[in-house]
Design a protein around this ligand. Structure first.
Ligand code: ZN
Length: 1095
């Protein structure tokens, strides 16, 4: 895995790609690209004499500055938890109002094209009429299976219908806790009316529970017979119409007894035999061997509803059932990819290559296309025509993280300085110089790869071409040979034609009664004293260029003069919050080192000054207004860090009222819960964006604070929202301080504008993320950090060409932490196809889910949640039905056939459908939903992947001395063994589940108590004990936290304890208490939907 190891050059664009000796940067010293270094790529000084095609030796060029210290490592000194490269962000999109939930079939015209050019490494199955190989055939005996075994659903319909029962749930976690701090020991009042008697399942040994389905020795009798009865039109549309969104299942009576059952219930299809390692019953190691007959499938949830099954006349129930081990397993897919693709570097020279999964550790070598850490696509092979795209219904989207932090062994983008002439661009479409531009006429002109315009090459950029038509200095210039690089921007790219000043950070602290009482203010002020030494800085800079300022507030605002010449800080109170102004300019924004004594004095005094406050009311909009005005007065961009505790009810602009109403759930008005209460917040956000003022909001609510409204400004300005419900210093300080340290230190690009250009035939039509848009093409970001992604959807506006493929270029103009104006460019070339099979062979399900979740989460702002869920289900069914119809070999209707690289689409989509935003449980508050909704909107693919399908790691299965992370098991209760301990994480939450029969020695080693019963439920810190198991588990927890952008607080859950209900919420393959379907049931339902589409 050595970055520098030489890799056989892959001919990307038809030419050999030398390894770039000259570009080897000193291995990332911990600096993220944006902070980049400072050594700009040497400006070009005239034609290079006699350049030979040999790979440049990196000679004359100053070593690309190895980037500035990555925010992460360098500053780790502060003791904060190290963080991984993936972060989360916050969110929301531009003018959401414009977006409607209607997306039907594709929509635009397409064209057709030529012959495939790029090679397709990965999935090689031949496509042809009957390409049996590539498909995953899972013989889901359709609905019959489930109907035969599972009791009919309650009339209310749990599945996808509105979970009617939900609201009735009695209690609820008062302060709610999934996303906030969870009050320990709280019982979960969730009603169990829906039949979850299974909670007391004493024996959880996986093997015994699952299904009774006996794996066929070989494909067994898979009979034609089944087709008969199952044919569309015949058995379907039966009486079971109780569930509107569900296709009813075949009425039993329609099937002649004898035949009907055999088919579906018979032995599983030969799917195992087809090169489907993933389907082997034993894939999960400890689980899954042959299962014994199981009368009661899904014991944990006996009452699992099926989709429309009908009790009907008594029939002989075959004791067989769909075997959970026989359906596609996320764990297996992840493991296979790790084994197959984690060993070789991913070299980006080949067009249209599908990268390894986000769950695989791999090294990237940039040879002309942007790293998947910057851009991931739903498909790397785009249909040539809009008709094809419409038919397939596969969304064409790219998830872009322009400032992604790279791992230490990958180089940050080189900075290219073209001097006063600035970056070279196409005269017509303004695309930036990139490896795909074609030089012609001996090098005197170049043809734009995006719009085909012929441009003159400026004299100072002229270079000769070699016999292949490539510039001889191509490998010497990042912009001619790499997928990602930066240009230093000229003054033309700056606001008001003036180079920017360094940005500023303003800390705005709520000092009302609640903030003081909880100890928050004291904790925060103490922390800031040391944290200010770790503000982001560039390259080798000794100190950060960022200036700081301080404001405290409740109903009024207090500004502080911390000028270095003062002996003590001075406070100025502004009580006229209706017409906010900044009372001082000189002395408000200062250099930390120069004013250190005054700042320290101020931070010492703040907690004392307000110690006896009785003021409970706060304002909010005036606070942001003040910060923004201060930046405006100082003529700089910057970030406001707001620490806020309550619903702003004080008389002032943006005053809010408590409008939380759970009765709206599942009504047409549910969307109002996600919409801001007043337009004042959007208006303010627009002003902030214009000023380059980004807001990071830290919330510490004891009750409803209307996150949907308060998060509007952070979302539209590219900021982040953090929420610590029922904050208490003793329980939550570690989490809060870890998040704060990371947030303050991370590298940010300010006052940014992003534009995505595409080659002729497709164009960017829709955007998702935390930003603002005032027109249809420019994504405006007051701030953008390395955790945030922008998802872009494309549509055809013309026919694409197989030979030339499709190109994307993402250009981000931003101001660095030191005040340097830069352009970061990412290029990506995709293949185009005339065969649907090529599309289906080059999709990336994790990215598809990222897009679909964001699409749905934005949809809830405008449409009933149920309609949003239905749209997703329909789209998924259309995608799979199109594959079945056009790409799979003919087979019986009883078979569910999934494209290999989309075989996890159903399980992942089901996780999205039953997520808290789309199908909330009784314990999920309105604020939690709004919070998660905005978080997901700017998550990257790795984050959505683990967020929707959590990782469940067994801790005592592997040898204690093993140092590798344990292999996860599927997120289902039946995978839990009561003699084991598991960690579950989803990027926001972390649970340690302890089985009731865990060995006493293990209990002692981990908890330092003598028995299971003595373990404190809800514990959030494991005792530090000096034994191998304790060290290993604590080490693993640290490692998991380091991989996530937000600190995950630990919650210890004991089997059969009250808290277990909370934990089970994350076992996403099971039926959920809020009515979400189990994986097996959903797969059956999806199968049915597909068959209906095909009939
Ligand atoms: Zn052009």
């Amino acid at each position: 895995m050595n970055v520098n190891q030489s890799i056989p050059p892959v001919p990307p664009f038809g030419q050999p790609q030398p390894v770039y000796p000259g570009y080897h940067q000193s291995s990332y010293s911990g600096q993220s690209g944006s902070t980049a270094p400072a050594i700009p790529y040497g400006a070009y000084n005239g034609p290079v004499p006699g350049y030979q095609q040999t790979p440049p030796q990196g000679i004359s060029r100053a070593p690309p500055s190895s980037g500035a210290p990555p925010a992460s490592t360098a500053q780790a000194a502060c003791g904060q938890v190290a963080y991984g490269q993936f972060g989360q962000g916050d969110v929301q999109n531009g003018p959401s109002s414009a977006v409607q939930m209607q997306r039907l079939p594709g929509s635009q015209p397409f064209g057709s094209t030529l012959a495939p050019v790029g090679s397709q490494p990965a999935v090689l199955q031949p496509y042809g009429p009957p390409p049996t190989s590539a498909q995953v055939t899972a013989q889901l005996a359709g609905m019959q299976i489930s109907s035969a075994v599972v009791p009919a659903p309650p009339s209310s319909g749990l599945g996808y219908g509105p979970p009617t029962s939900l609201a009735s749930a009695s209690g609820s976690f008062p302060n709610s806790g999934l996303y906030g701090s969870y009050p320990q020991g709280q019982a979960s009042p969730v009603s169990q009316a829906q039949g979850h008697p299974g909670i007391q399942t004493p024996q959880r040994s996986a093997p015994s529970q699952a299904s009774s389905f006996t794996p066929p020795a070989s494909g067994g009798p898979r009979l034609p017979s089944m087709t008969g009865p199952l044919l569309p039109g015949q058995g379907f549309g039966g009486p079971s119409v109780s569930q509107p969104n569900h296709v009813s299942s075949p009425p039993p009576q329609a099937l002649p007894p004898g035949t009907q059952m055999t088919g579906p219930l018979g032995p599983p299809p030969p799917m195992h035999s087809l090169q489907q390692p993933g389907y082997q019953p034993q894939q999960n190691g400890s689980f899954g061997s042959a299962r014994g007959p199981q009368p009661n499938y899904g014991s944990p949830y006996p009452a699992a509803p099926t989709f429309g099954s009908q009790p009907g006349p008594p029939q002989p129930l075959p004791p067989k059932r769909l075997d959970p081990d026989a359906i596609p397993s996320p764990i297996q897919v992840i493991e296979d990819d790790r084994n197959n693709r984690g060993t070789e570097p991913f070299v980006t020279g080949v067009r249209g290559q599908v990268p390894p999964l986000v769950t695989t550790n791999f090294l990237v070598k940039d040879q002309g296309n942007a790293s998947p850490r910057y851009i991931r696509c739903t498909s790397y092979n785009i249909p040539c025509t809009s008709d094809m795209a419409k038919q397939a219904q596969v969304p064409l989207a790219a998830v872009i993280k322009p400032l992604a932090t790279l791992p230490p062994d990958e180089a940050s983008p080189y900075v290219v300085d073209h001097g006063e002439s600035g970056p070279l661009r196409c005269n017509r479409c303004k695309a930036y110089m990139c490896p795909f531009m074609q030089f012609i006429e001996g090098g005197r002109r170049f043809q734009c790869c995006f719009c085909s315009c012929i441009n003159d090459v400026p004299p100072q950029y002229f270079q000769h071409l070699d016999h292949t038509g490539k510039r001889v200095d191509a490998y010497d210039r990042p912009e001619l040979s790499l997928g990602s690089y930066e240009f230093l921007a000229t003054v033309d790219y700056c606001k008001n034609n003036k180079f920017p000043s360094p940005p500023a950070f303003i800390f705005m602290i709520d000092v009302s009664y609640n903030a003081i009482r909880t100890g928050l203010v004291r904790l925060l002020c103490e922390e800031l004293k040391s944290l200010l030494d770790f503000l982001p800085r560039e390259g080798g800079a000794e100190e950060s260029a960022i200036r700081v300022g301080f404001v405290t507030y409740n109903k009024v605002l207090h500004f502080y003069n911390v000028k270095s010449s003062l002996a003590q800080p001075q406070m100025m109170v502004v009580s006229d919050v209706a017409d906010m102004f900044v009372p001082l300019l000189d002395g408000f924004l200062v250099n930390v080192n120069e004013s250190r004594a005054v700042i320290t004095s101020l931070l010492d005094q703040i907690p004392e000054m307000f110690a006896d406050t009785r003021e409970t009311e706060t304002v909010f909009v005036p606070v942001i207004q003040a910060g923004m005005e201060a930046l405006k007065a100082a003529e700089c961009a910057g970030k406001l860090f707001l620490f806020h505790t309550s619903l702003p009810i004080a008389e002032a602009p943006g005053k809010l009222k408590n409008r939380d109403d759970r009765k709206l759930i599942n009504t047409d008005k549910e969307k109002t819960l996600f919409q801001p209460q007043t337009g004042a917040y959007q208006t303010l956000a627009k002003e902030c964006v214009a000023q380059g003022c980004c807001i990071d909001l830290f919330l510490f609510p004891n009750q409803y604070v209307d996150v949907a409204t308060l998060s509007v400004v952070p979302q539209l300005t590219g900021g982040s929202v953090y929420k610590y419900a029922c904050f208490q210093v003793e329980n939550d300080q570690e989490r809060f301080l870890s998040d704060l340290r990371r947030d303050v230190q991370k590298v940010v690009g300010f006052d940014a504008v992003m534009r995505v250009r595409t080659s002729t035939g497709i164009r960017a039509v829709d955007f998702f993320g935390a930003f603002y848009m005032s027109n249809t093409t420019d994504v405006e970001l007051a701030g953008l950090d390395g955790d945030k992604t922008v998802t872009v959807e494309f549509k055809h506006d013309d026919r694409l060409n197989e030979e030339s493929g499709a190109l994307l270029q993402c250009a981000l103009l931003y101001t660095s932490c030191a005040g340097q104006r830069r352009l970061r460019i990412h290029n990506l070339a995709l293949n185009c196809c005339t065969q649907l099979a090529d599309l289906y062979r080059n999709c990336e399900t994790d990215t598809l889910i990222n897009y679909m979740a964001k699409f749905a989460y934005r949809g809830v702002l405008n449409s009933p949640v149920k309609a949003v869920r239905d749209t997703l289900i329909t789209q998924c069914a259309q995608i799979l039905a199109c594959y079945r119809k056009n790409c799979a070999s003919p087979s019986s209707a009883g078979q569910l056939i999934l494209p290999e690289c989309m075989k996890l689409l159903p399980v992942y989509l089901n996780c999205v459908l039953k997520s808290d935003v789309l199908q909330p449980g009784a314990e999920v508050t309105t604020d939690d939903r709004a919070y998660v909704r905005q978080l997901v909107t700017s998550m990257d693919v790795a984050e959505t992947n683990v967020f929707f399908y959590p990782r469940l790691l067994p801790l005592t299965k592997s040898p204690i001395e093993s140092t590798t992370e344990p292999t996860a098991v599927r997120a289902s209760e039946e995978r839990l063994s009561n003699g084991d301990i598991y960690l579950l994480e989803n990027g926001l939450n972390l649970f340690l589940w302890v089985g009731a029969s865990v060995q006493q020695g293990v209990v002692q080693s981990l908890f330092s108590v003598s028995s299971f019963s003595q373990i404190t439920s809800g514990l959030s810190v494991l005792p530090v004990l000096d034994n191998p198991l304790s060290k290993k588990v604590r080490g693993l927890i640290d490692s998991l936290r380091a991989q996530r952008s937000r600190y995950m607080k630990l919650i210890v859950v004991k089997q059969e304890d009250k808290l277990e209900m909370l934990f089970k919420h994350f076992l996403v393959e099971d039926k959920s208490l809020s009515g979400g379907a189990s994986y097996v049931d959903f797969l059956c339902h999806m199968h049915k939907e597909i068959r209906q589409l095909l009939s």
